[in-house]
Design a binder for this molecule. Structure first.
Ligand SMILES: Nc1nc2c(c(=O)[nH]1)N[C@@H](CN(C=O)c1ccc(C(=O)N[C@@H](CCC(=O)O)C(=O)O)cc1)CN2
Length: 289
């Protein structure tokens, strides 16, 4: 068997086109474009690339991009003051602080400082609580992108066994919450899980978000299972996911790296920004997004 390729890049392009149509509606009805503010602290090369891509994609979707680049030695007070300023700015519908932040900064305090109703990353504890309790809020972009791909592959996810490998606040935990919301039976595995290969072998769907190159092996996979690879590991041989590419011989469907989950992260960010702008301006979008 060779697994079907789940083309996240193509799906993301479709989502971005729907966001652009929605952004035009908001602009026409509210008299201003939806606005996204992105804050980058320091010179981490990968973060700089992601921030540039976000700015370009925001403008291409017909939205306003406000980029704030701060030096690596920025103080907590300066960064918090910028977040306060963006919270108060009526032209800003979404605020995103690119992670990771330099070590001397308190990441959690910064995230908590963002107005939850502008937190298009969905990282604020208020939005985590809303997701956990089934209330409307912002959902982190990467897990929501994974869910969109899974719904596209499977249609109804009810009753499927899913193993999420990784328990981070930005991927593993929200991913599990979303899948529970779609009536899956969810196991969250992590570095302390006993007999991980056996746990994974039970799964109809595996979401790998551990950050270890090619960790998930073909012999762990139930034949025909769907694999979603969130890993982006830079190795000497290039970009590698958390799933060994040889798993394609056993799986039924699989996201590639690159071109799978990664492009969904930015497309969902635009979607969340549009949703924020529509909510804040009282605009009802003509198509669900
Ligand atoms: N505030 C946030 N910080 C970070 C997030 C986030 O969602 N919010 N996620 C990641 C980085 N990230 C977006 O910020 C991101 C990662 C990967 C991709 C992507 O398109 N990847 C490509 C490969 C690109 C490459 O060569 O590096 C792919 O997988 O095809 C987009 C966005 C951490 N920080």
């Amino acid at each position: 068997m060779t697994a079907r390729n789940i083309d996240g890049k193509a799906f993301a392009a479709g989502l971005r086109a729907r966001v652009a149509a929605g952004a035009a509606e908001v602009t026409a009805q509210a008299g201003r474009k939806p606005g996204l503010a992105v804050v980058l602290v320091g010179e981490d090369p990968a973060s700089a690339v992601y921030v540039r891509s976000k700015g370009k994609a925001t403008v291409a979707a017909g939205m306003e991009s406000f980029e704030h680049r701060l030096p690596a030695d920025t103080t907590q007070e300066t960064l918090e003051a910028l977040v306060d300023q963006l919270n108060a700015d009526p032209a800003v519908d979404g605020i995103l602080v690119q992670l990771p932040l330099p070590k001397h900064l308190d990441e959690s305090a910064i995230i908590t400082r963002i107005d939850p109703d502008k937190d298009v990353d969905g990282f604020h504890p208020v939005n985590a609580g809303r997701l956990a309790t089934g209330l409307e809020g912002f959902v982190p972009c990467t897990p929501l992108g994974c869910l969109m791909l899974l719904r596209d592959v499977h249609g109804d996810l009810t009753g499927l066994d899913v193993v999420v490998i990784g328990r981070s606040n930005i991927v593993g935990k929200p991913m599990a919450q979303l899948l529970i919301g779609d009536s899956c039976t969810v196991t969250v595995a992590h570095s302390r899980t006993r007999d991980l290969p056996e746990v994974v072998k039970r799964a109809d769907i595996v979401v790998a978000a551990v950050g270890r190159a090619a960790m998930v092996k073909p012999e762990w996979i139930k034949p025909g299972a769907t694999l979603v690879d969130v890993g982006i590991n830079r190795t000497e041989g290039g970009l590698v996911g958390d799933v060994d590419p040889a798993c394609a011989e056993v799986a039924g469907a699989m996201t590639p790296v690159p071109g799978g989950v990664g492009p969904m992260t930015i497309a969902v960010l635009l979607r969340n920004t549009l949703v924020s702008a529509a909510r804040r301006q009282g605009v009802t979008l003509s198509q669900a997004i």
